[in-house]
Unconditional design. Structure first.
Lengths: 327, 181
């Protein structure tokens, strides 16, 4: 099933990206090739050393809304701009994108040839020395295939993120695997395991109740419930390693592994600290109000997951996947 | 009542890790285990496990990244919104429910955005934060846990994870509507 979901995510992503780009192109969402009339309030005129005009581009809200009807704005657009009138290939302008830049221009700048700034060709530039302003007509550089570019960037970025996450695990992994090894040799995990045998024997009937996997699973679940994800992941992976020692068919998930994963993806946590922190930061009157509701939600998720694992493991297709073929 | 519960859990979370390290290593000394040597012996596996996860996590995160960047989520939301509105889930919360199993950072971003727009104590704000707390990032957990032991045939783990997610999201919608509507 993972095969299908994996390919569905990728295929759907690429198809939708192409679809969005074609629709943007047909509607000309970014108004490629449109001539913009605006005023520049000149702050720096060209000198002997510099052949550029620097100032602020001023565009009335009405003019902007006519240009981008889907992204209408209420206020006047003011935007720093550099115009170079000399040089070969005609005059050009550069607009660095900042806080006050309209959303559509920010979006365009992300996919422009130079990141975080918009460039354009100046068709006419008439400075008026008396008022210190200039009338300008320009065309912004065409922006195309935004979603396909985003998809490409995401594929590269996420591959790097995956490596960073994995390597970031090395330290905590080493720490907890070391501690767990000591506990194992000291026989401490056996004590823990024996206490919870009535529960674990029902949840994981294929795992001997005194197996080290049981101890690691208990530690993992306890750490998860306390929200100690730094400790929970290494213990969970330790548990998976121990469960894999009982696996008759290498490379295939056992029933116990799937049940264990169901408990982990249920994500039962007594204090959802991240959600509470975000609520507090957003100015909630009672950030902790979601503790109870989250526990209800996660309990339902965990129970449903465990029950689903118990039912689905009996299906012939999943049973068959577990059969060991003798040669 | 809930604040006492919260304080107790917060204190347990605070002392849990130092206490576990102390008790485990201390017990080792009592039982005459050569703690330092054994610790190092166990810790040296940390690197292999982390490196083993890399290909699984790259495969999973790249697929999720492509899906997120393409705008397919908006499309899916538009298609599913009429259905989920029937069960009392505001359409604004739907991207949260769809993103939760796929990406931790993605769903965190959606939750923050919803609270900024609708307020943390609105129905949508409470529902989004409950949804965030009601489930784990299923596909990340699958990739990491199965990656560490080289499991390629995941059998029923994916449907089971999705059932758990769906149950968590539906339970969140139900309980929030019951208490805060």
């Amino acid at each position: 099933m993972l095969n299908y979901i994996w390919i569905a995510l990728i295929a759907l992503g690429i198809v939708v990206a192409v679809g969005n780009d074609v629709s943007d192109e047909v509607q000309n969402r970014y108004r490629n090739g449109f001539l913009v009339d605006a005023t520049v309030e000149i702050q720096k005129s060209p000198t002997a050393l510099r052949s550029t005009w620097e100032g602020e581009l001023v565009l009335s809200a009405e003019a902007f809304n006519v240009l981008y009807p889907t992204h209408s704005t209420a206020g006047q657009i003011r935007q720093p701009v550099t115009v170079s009138t000399g040089g070969e290939g005609g005059a050009s302008l550069i607009m660095p994108v900042g806080e006050s830049t309209p959303a559509i221009w920010k979006e365009m700048a992300k996919f422009a040839s130079t990141r975080e700034r918009l460039t354009g060709t100046v068709r006419s530039f008439r400075p008026d020395a008396v008022s210190g302003t200039a009338a300008i007509q320009f065309v912004l550089e065409p922006i195309r295939f935004v979603k396909l570019k985003a998809v490409t960037q995401a594929a590269i970025d996420y591959a790097a993120t995956a490596v960073n996450i994995s390597l970031g695990l090395i330290g905590v992994m080493a720490l907890w695997l070391g501690v767990m090894k000591v506990a194992e040799q000291a026989g401490l995990l056996n004590v823990l395991t024996r206490l919870l045998t009535p529960v674990t024997r029902r949840l994981f009937p294929d795992v001997p109740p005194d197996h080290p996997a049981v101890g690691a699973m208990i530690m993992n679940i306890a750490a998860n419930m306390l929200g100690l994800s730094n400790a929970a992941t290494p213990m969970g992976l330790k548990a998976m390693e121990e469960l894999n020692k009982l696996n008759p068919k290498v490379g295939t998930a056992t029933n116990a592994m799937c049940t264990f994963l169901a408990i982990n993806t249920g994500g039962l946590i007594l204090i959802p600290a991240t959600a509470i922190a975000v609520r507090a930061a957003a100015g909630s009157a009672n950030p902790g109000i979601i503790i109870g509701t989250s526990i209800v939600g996660a309990t339902c998720a965990t129970v449903a997951g465990v029950l689903a694992a118990r039912i689905l493991q009996r299906l012939p297709r999943y049973k068959k996947a577990m059969e060991v073929t003798h040669e | 009542m809930s604040s006492i519960f919260r304080d107790i859990i917060n204190i347990i979370s605070l002392v849990a890790i130092p206490l576990v390290i102390f008790v485990f290593l201390g017990w080792g000394i009592v039982r005459k285990v050569k703690v330092y040597e054994v610790f190092v012996e166990g810790a040296k596996d940390g690197f292999q496990v982390a490196v083993k996860i890399i290909p699984y996590l790259v495969a999973m995160l790249v697929a999720i990244g492509i899906f997120r960047a393409s705008g397919a989520m908006e499309l899916l939301t538009t298609v599913l919104a009429p259905v989920t509105t029937l069960i009392g889930m505001p359409p604004e919360s739907l991207p949260m429910a769809l993103m939760r199993p796929l990406s931790g950072s993605g769903s965190l971003g959606i939750m923050t955005e919803l609270m900024k727009v609708h307020g943390p104590d609105s129905l949508i704000g409470i529902m989004a934060s409950t949804m965030y707390g009601s489930s784990e990032t299923t596909f990340y957990v699958l990739a990491v846990y199965f990656g560490a032991v080289g499991i390629k045939n995941t059998r029923h783990a994916v449907p089971v994870g999705l059932v758990a997610d769906a149950a968590g999201m539906l339970a969140a919608v139900w309980i929030v509507n019951l208490l805060f509507r």
